[in-house]
Design a protein around this ligand. Sequence first.
Ligand SMILES: NC(=O)c1ccc[n+]([C@@H]2O[C@H](COP(=O)([O-])OP(=O)(O)OC[C@H]3O[C@@H](n4cnc5c(N)ncnc54)[C@H](OP(=O)(O)O)[C@@H]3O)[C@@H](O)[C@H]2O)c1
Length: 283
Amino acid sequence: MILDSIGDHEIHNRRALVSVIVRENGFAGCSAVVTGAGQGIGAAIAKGLAAKGASVFLSGRRAKTLDGVCAQIEADGGEAAYRVGDVTDLAHLNELMALAAGSRGVIDMLVNNAGTPGPTAALVDVTPQEWNETIAVNLTGVFLACKAALPYLERAEHGKIVTIGSVTGKRPLPNRTPYAAAKLGVVGLTRTLAHEVAPHGISVNVISPGAVEGPRLNRVLASMSQARGVPPEALRAEMVQAAAFKRTVTEADVVQTTLFLCSSAANNLTGQDINVSAGAVMY
Ligand SMILES: NC(=O)c1ccc[n+]([C@@H]2O[C@H](COP(=O)([O-])OP(=O)(O)OC[C@H]3O[C@@H](n4cnc5c(N)ncnc54)[C@H](OP(=O)(O)O)[C@@H]3O)[C@@H](O)[C@H]2O)c1
């Protein structure tokens, strides 16, 4: 076929085909940014993306933990670098994205993972400062990271934004109003942004985990236990009972869904909010 006769649709299909070939071979040659990647789910996602061949760029506020994750990735044959900073600081995020884009000037994937549980208290007892801090990290941090990354994501074939939300907010969790408001906020941001950036071929999706096994869940259960005067084991049993599968979820569950959303298999999936909750929440 001569070049002149190739229409826009055909060019789109050919680009999609190239992208499928690249991504089915893994994420080799792709750059991925993960915020809050020094521990927990973020560290697991960074390792998962690196294991598939992506060059990963990590951010967080502590050099020690980020350094440890990068060292593990490199020991496993992957490529990783990090910048220390706060996800509420646009200057830090601009520097991080420029590092990740490198000489290609492209970021293929952004995973907004950094988050804080915020206070465990009845709304009447939450201070404005606690409210603002929780919204700043969990919601404004996502806005700022997307803003900093978008000029580079636009240059990718099929840029991907994945934000780690939470089932909290869809399913009310008493004494966690700032967290619930922020996590439901990222769903609205995602649906709206999905339309704005679709012309650039960028997908924007949310993963909403239920209770994920790990140190943070134990900390959250301990603070909820204090606020409600109920033993942590009883609260854990309540959470498990609420799930269709009668179990919590693992970091690996969240990693696998992230890898799927970053793959070419998900090129036609945008504006979605996917619950990874063992069936605790279904909407
Ligand atoms: N664990 C669960 O059960 C669960 C359930 C639903 C949703 N989630 C969500 O999943 C994500 C990861 O949670 P996790 O369980 O892995 O929690 P985690 O162990 O507490 O990790 C949170 C990460 O975010 C980073 N972070 C916190 N505040 C930050 C800030 N202001 N700027 C930059 N980085 C910041 C932390 O690193 P530094 O402290 O070094 O900055 C840390 O690496 C969060 O968005 C959380 O809301 C978790």
